[in-house]
Ligand binder design. Structure first.
Ligand SMILES: *[C@@H]1O[C@H](CO)[C@@H](O)[C@H](O)[C@H]1NC(C)=O
Ligand SMILES: *[C@@H]1O[C@H](CO)[C@@H](O)[C@H](O)[C@H]1NC(C)=O
Ligand SMILES: *[C@@H]1O[C@H](CO)[C@@H](O)[C@H](O)[C@H]1NC(C)=O
Ligand SMILES: *[C@@H]1O[C@H](CO)[C@@H](O)[C@H](O)[C@H]1NC(C)=O
Ligand SMILES: *[C@@H]1O[C@H](CO)[C@@H](O)[C@H](O)[C@H]1NC(C)=O
Ligand SMILES: *[C@@H]1O[C@H](CO)[C@@H](O)[C@H](O)[C@H]1NC(C)=O
Ligand SMILES: *[C@@H]1O[C@H](CO)[C@@H](O)[C@H](O)[C@H]1NC(C)=O
Length: 484
């Protein structure tokens, strides 16, 4: 009798507890690459493999047929272009990572599925066993970031660059510079082929760590050198983490985290497109540098998570991902009402394999890992930098693309020509320009490349329709972009 009733009782419970994923936004770091201090940086075979595995992981979580978290209505085999939007900065490592990721997300479908019958009856199948083309939009913010020792430069945001530069005058920086001087000097024999004596200090904490991190993965002759012990390496990493976090985020100076603010806007837009299109748009994938992670961690109150063991203060490993799931527990047979939508934030440090798990973390200092869409949008809205106009204002930019959106009624009008010392308002003051000049030399090994990066703007400039094909073609496309 009881067993007869059980299914009846359980069913309504299951029906309302079941959750349906409607869309996701994935932000990913690139895979293993060569060192920044030996430009041009390139994605290694290991890195390609990592990012491909990561794409495969996300396929098996959200796209493959019959998986538990499958996005409702997503095409599993042959990609439906309107369901997916992918972008990456114009950067060889990041663009190629995006391509590798997509190869895992939508692998070749075989000649059967990927074929056309022409009018004259002949059957054409696509090359490479049904390899699928997915366009990758290119953003110029973050352009060349994997060749840049000075990530903030690739934000193109003058106020953010100024703010990060302030770290180099702080007592925190100067104390560490002094107290770690001997430590860095002791590593000279390991790095003197790449760094001059005056460059071997905390000032270049990240690029030194990066060089040795790459060497620890790739350089077979390194084991002959007893200098790089685990404890030395861990100290190098901790110092680099601290250095980079301070350049990417400062609680009293929000513009420093411009990369995270821009990302927040893109996340809200990406998931917002799913809502606006009533679920037609489903997946947004974006690639970017670790600074975007650190900035976002700071803005979203993740640095101070009580039981996270401070890990959010460290640079995420290669191929790390942040994922934002838009889901509902209501009936999803038609697209749910906005009040039935929820969002969850998930993070994974480093590359994925089939045993990896994404972990949900609470955003904005809340206790729950699930937020209503309205609360999520409001929470992100506290630090998101809306459109081009808001970006131009936050960055104190009034030239280039910003000339047309900076309102003439604003208090900054006319300040540009005067070159006032405040550094706010139009353009950059002479004093500020001096500081930027000085700090760009920080990109010690890559001077000329850094200068190129200062020139670019924020917006998506081009859907590179052909980009997800052969690396050769992509290479040509990028070379052209860089000359712009
Ligand atoms: C059919 O048309 C295609 C494309 O125009 C051509 O390459 C192919 O040779 C034609 N096949 C026959 C049997 O005519
Ligand atoms: C934020 O930056 C200012 C100026 O560089 C510095 O004095 C302050 O200590 C920083 N705050 C934190 C929490 O690092
Ligand atoms: C680097 O240091 C080692 C050991 O001190 C020395 O033998 C070598 O000549 C140095 N190389 C360069 C390029 O300065
Ligand atoms: C490997 O490390 C050795 C010793 O530091 C160095 O001389 C060599 O240039 C490195 N090789 C590569 C490919 O980086
Ligand atoms: C923090 O560290 C403790 C002990 O090492 C561990 O049990 C716990 O799972 C860690 N917490 C997180 C969120 O990683
Ligand atoms: C990721 O792992 C690295 C060690 O591999 C650690 O230093 C860092 O703090 C971690 N970052 C996050 C955000 O968990
Ligand atoms: C912002 O200002 C910099 C420096 O003046 C300029 O190079 C860049 O093009 C501007 N960016 C935009 C989007 O206008």
């Amino acid at each position: 009798m009881l067993s007869f009733l059980l299914p009846v009782l359980l069913f309504p419970f299951l029906a309302c507890a079941a959750e349906t994923i409607l869309g996701v936004f994935i932000f990913s770091r690139h895979g293993d690459r060569t060192a920044k201090s030996t430009p041009p940086a390139a994605l290694t075979t290991l890195g390609y493999r990592q990012i491909f595995n990561s794409g495969t992981y996300f396929r098996n979580r959200y796209i493959a047929p019959d998986v538990a978290s499958r996005i409702v209505g997503v095409d599993s085999d042959v990609v439906e272009q309107s369901q997916i939007t992918v972008s990456s900065p114009v950067d060889t490592v990041l663009m190629n990572s995006a391509q590798g990721f997509l190869q895992g997300l939508y692998p070749p479908v075989g000649s059967q599925l990927a074929s056309d019958t022409l009018r004259n009856g002949s059957v054409i199948s696509s090359p490479l066993n049904g390899y699928q083309l997915i366009p990758i939009g290119s953003t110029t913010a973050g352009m060349g970031s994997e060749d840049s020792a000075w990530l903030q430069a690739s934000s193109n945001c003058p106020q953010a660059i100024l703010s990060s530069n302030e770290y180099f005058t702080s007592s925190d920086y100067n104390n560490l510079l002094a107290s770690t001087g001997a430590f860095y000097k002791s590593l000279t024999p390991l790095i003197n082929a790449t760094f001059g004596a005056d460059q071997i200090s905390y000032k270049n904490a990240y690029t030194i760590f990066d060089l040795l991190n790459v060497a620890s993965i790739h350089n077979k002759s390194l084991s002959a050198l007893p200098l790089l012990t685990d404890s030395v390496f861990s100290q190098l990493r901790t110092l680099a983490d601290h250095h980079e976090l301070n350049l990417a985020y400062n609680s009293t100076d929000p513009v420093r985290a411009i990369a995270g603010s821009t990302l927040a806007t893109q996340v809200v837009q990406g998931l917002g497109n799913t809502i606006k299109s009533q679920g037609k748009s489903k997946i947004t994938v974006e690639f970017g540098a670790y600074a975007s992670f650190l900035s976002f961690f700071g803005l979203a109150d993740l640095l101070t998570l009580p039981d996270s063991n401070d890990s959010f203060m460290g640079i995420p490993d290669y191929a790390s991902t942040m994922t934002f799931e838009l889901f509902t527990t209501a009936d999803a047979s038609s697209f749910p009402a906005v009040e039935d939508l929820q969002v969850r934030f998930l993070f994974h440090n480093g590359t994925m394999d089939e045993n990896s798990k994404l972990t949900a973390y609470p955003l904005f200092g809340q206790s729950s890992t699930e937020l209503t869409w309205t609360d999520f949008e409001a929470g992100m809205g506290r630090f998101a930098v809306g459109g081009q106009k808001q970006w131009c204002e936050a960055c104190g930019n009034s030239t280039g693309t910003c000339a047309s959106v900076t309102p003439s009624s604003s208090s900054s009008s006319g300040a540009g020509a005067a070159g006032s010392d405040s550094g706010t308002g139009g353009g950059i003051s002479k004093a500020a320009a001096g500081v930027i000049g000085a700090m760009v030399t920080l990109a010690v090994i890559l001077g000329s490349q850094a200068a190129v990066m200062l020139v670019a703007g924020l917006r998506v400039v081009k859907k590179n329709q052909l980009a997800s094909r052969a690396a050769n073609e992509n290479g040509v496309g990028e070379a052209d972009e860089r000359k712009v």
